[in-house]
Design a protein around this ligand. Sequence first.
Ligand code: SAM
Length: 353
Amino acid sequence: MTERVQQLISRLTEFHSLSEESYRELIDACSPETAQVLAVEADRIRRGIYGTDIYIRGLIEISNICRNDCRYCGIRRSNTNCSRYHLPPETILRCVALGYTLGFRTFVLQGGEDPYYTDDLLVSLIRSIKSAHPDCAVTLSLGERGSESFRRLYEAGADRYLLRHETADEAHYNLLHPPELSFRHRMDCLTALRETGYQVGCGFMVGSPYQTSAHLAKDLKFIETFRPEMCGIGPFIPHHDTPFAAFPAGTVSMTCYLLSIIRLILPDVLLPATTALGTIHPAGRELGIQSGANVVMPNLSPEDTRGRYELYDNKLCTGVESADHLNELKQRMDAIGYRIVVSRGDVRRTVHA
Ligand code: SAM
């Protein structure tokens, strides 16, 4: 590792900030040695705030029906080979009840942009979840909606909203999305979510088609300035029925490298070791945690729909990925020196803007 890279890491560790150009330099300096130094720093800083606690979220994939046609996504509307479903509120409530008994205190409702989930339906669903389990947090990940919709869902009791920005570079955004989706609107949604009062999550795919280190540097600068409470990053993985079928997947090494950098930028951020990371490497979860992640999101969706939420090829939905195998996940976390806790797992803000 060069002296210059050592300097960049020291500066990042101390000030939680670099120029966009320096982020690019650090990304370009990715090597096993640099990754190891960053991971040690990231782990140290995370332990100072969260100790060895790992937060779990029960992920309920409520719908694979989507009005959008994102070029990377297996549930895009023009994929006619996708067997579509959406879960009625009763089924979602049953998943939540099961999750509660397993020890989950946060439920993430994720899905495509499906018109079935009107504001009225979601308001009633969120109220039912919160009245059955007042000690739980509800996280929504339902794509772009209007400000009024975000407000109604927040007032019904939703606590958090995950909306990956996907890329902080407008031209790159336009290469990944159809013309009817706009970078500006995505960013405006993130601002509206923040202003409404949600704990907000943004994020991006690592190794998405056409991505360069300059794009990733912009992503890091955006994360540094937006200061999300949560940040979801995972490797891009191609889906055979999308226009990006022939593109290579992102790598475990770059994903872990960026997880460490993000931990150093935002010491208290809630950072998941994602399903996509677990999909491209059998020890992806552990590698993510050892690089600075502190959240895992096992799948609580009903057995019969789990395999149909196929965002990319071979997406994991069994084994430790599944909430029914929580004990195995606990053992795997124990084995690397971390422990899964029963907690809502809210952000512990330590650094103030
Ligand atoms: N519709 C909501 C939205 O847009 O935020 C939530 C569901 S969307 C499918 C969740 C995330 O899956 C996206 O933000 C995207 O980053 C990720 N994703 C989609 N296709 C993927 C792929 N081929 N590889 C890796 N991640 C993918």
